[in-house]
Design a protein around this ligand. Structure first.
Ligand code: C5P
Length: 440
């Protein structure tokens, strides 16, 4: 996935610095070329030799190099990099970057960089909660830096709290998204009237350094996963939706600075950190949760595979295997998306999905009109690598103005980014502004 990509891994002096060894290993496994740059404090926690052995490159530290050497080196390194990842990042390096200080190799590199910069903080909870650090993070986010939030858990200081370095898996996912995201690239495909996004040319650098993302500071409500409609206490009607597409949308929207609420049916996957999750079982419960929040959001994306029918009655006790035939009477579930379409305000953008096995575009267009949507994302369920369950998707997006945008077969996170790119375009074009917040 990262074949041929140059990743600079900045390691700073946190107790979590030892985890950088695992990060290097994973990046290399994904095909990246990794240049480790350590701060002086980091070398007290893990030896440069360890990271050198794993990365196969001389680790840059400030210990022995003279300032004049790194003054020159940082420019070529910064130019070569496809991404700079700082993991773990201390409050100190965040403060230095926010203050524009360049007094060692890593901070100098960051100042000279044009690539996306991902920062994964790790520190004790009190430090993480400190308003000065919070302001620094906010400032950097406004400059387009992207943060991989720390997790809750046992901290090195013996306490529990938020501050643990995000899991290696989350960090690697962040790197993959950062490198793949076509969001703010100049080469990003032109979309009209029929075009393909996600082509290798459209995938380049510059992703998270996009302070202008229309998603930033927007409230986004996303439904995900299947619903389960009980037949009796142990049986239900459902479908094989994994929730992966909805969660990918949540992750992408959160990374672009959106405030995300996910309403999900029963799924095995964990929602990404930093998003509010509401778990439901039935279509009826999903409807209630959506309706409770819809009026206060800017964007609604209905990625859930909501059951269209539910048993008219759900048996109180487990149905016994006594009869040869059993007839279930089914009734329609509420069509959440259609209901949202009816109550949506002028400033709200509503996106629906259409999973089809025939006449994809025609059926999707019909749905777009019937449900009064701004964008419909159609999956052809008959094509390999599209639709339910899998890791990839291949979609056709149709806008209200009739534009048709097709993606190739892509990982769902990239499809999510392509969808958000369309949402941003719709928002920009119609001059839609954020919903006024209740207290403003
Ligand atoms: O009409 P159809 O069910 O094919 O439309 C699919 C779209 O409608 C999806 O976005 C899905 O999330 C949404 N939907 C819904 N409530 C239902 C059925 C589908 O919100 N009961």
């Amino acid at each position: 996935m990262l074949k041929g990509k140059e990743v600079i891994l900045g390691v700073t002096g946190s107790i979590a610095a030892y985890k950088s060894a695992e990060i290097v290993r994973e990046l290399i496994k994904q095909g990246a070329k990794v240049q480790v740059v350590m701060t002086k404090a980091a070398t007290a926690f893990i030896t440069p030799l360890s990271l050198q052995t794993l990365s196969g490159r001389t680790v840059i530290t400030d210990l022995f190099s003279s300032p004049s050497a790194w003054e020159i080196e940082h420019v070529s390194l910064a130019e070569r990099a496809d991404l700079i990842l700082i993991a773990p990042a201390t409050a100190n390096i965040i403060g230095k970057i926010a203050g524009g200080i360049a007094d060692d190799m890593l901070s100098t590199l960051v100042l000279a960089a044009r690539s996306p910069i991902l920062i994964a903080p790790a520190m004790n909870e009190a430090m993480y909660e400190n308003p000065i650090l919070k302001a620094n993070i906010e400032k950097l986010k406004n400059h387009g830096f992207c943060f991989i939030e720390p997790e809750e858990g046992d901290l090195a200081c013996g306490k529990k709290g938020k501050g643990r370095l995000a899991s290696i898996e989350t960090i690697i996912r962040g790197v993959l998204t950062a490198i793949r995201n076509p969001q703010s690239t100049e080469q990003s495909a032109v979309h009209s009237p029929q075009s393909t996004v996600g082509s290798p040319q459209a995938i380049d650098r510059g992703l998270f350094r996009n302070p202008k993302s229309e998603i930033r500071n927007r409230k986004i409500l996303i439904t995900a996963g299947p619903t389960q409609e009980p037949i009796d206490p142990v049986r239900y009607i459902s479908n094989p939706s994994s929730g992966r597409m909805g969660l990918a949308l949540a992750e992408a929207a959160h990374r672009q600075g959106g405030e995300v609420i996910v309403v999900t049916g029963p799924i095995a996957l964990e929602p990404p950190p930093g998003v509010t999750t509401i778990r439901v079982q039935t279509a009826q419960q999903m409807r209630e949760a959506v309706m409770e929040h819809f009026s206060s959001v800017d964007i609604f994306i209905s990625a859930a595979a909501v059951s269209d029918y539910q048993p008219e009655k759900s048996a109180k006790e487990k149905i016994k295997k006594t009869k040869d035939r059993l007839t279930l009477e089914l009734v329609k579930t509420p069509d959440i998306l259609a209901e949202v379409g009816q109550v949506k305000g002028e400033n709200q953008i509503v996106v629906g999905f259409a999973a089809e096995t025939e006449d994809l575009e025609q059926n999707a267009r019909k749905k777009l009109e019937e449900k009064d949507l701004d964008l419909i994302v159609a999956n052809d369920l008959t094509r390999e690598g599209a639709g339910f369950g899998g890791e990839t998707n291949m979609v056709t997006m149709i806008t209200r103005s009739g534009e048709v945008i097709k993606t190739q077969k892509l990982p769902k996170i990239e499809v999510a980014e392509a969808i958000l790119e369309q949402v941003s375009r719709i928002s920009k074009r119609s001059g839609i502004r954020s919903q006024p917040k209740p207290d403003t």
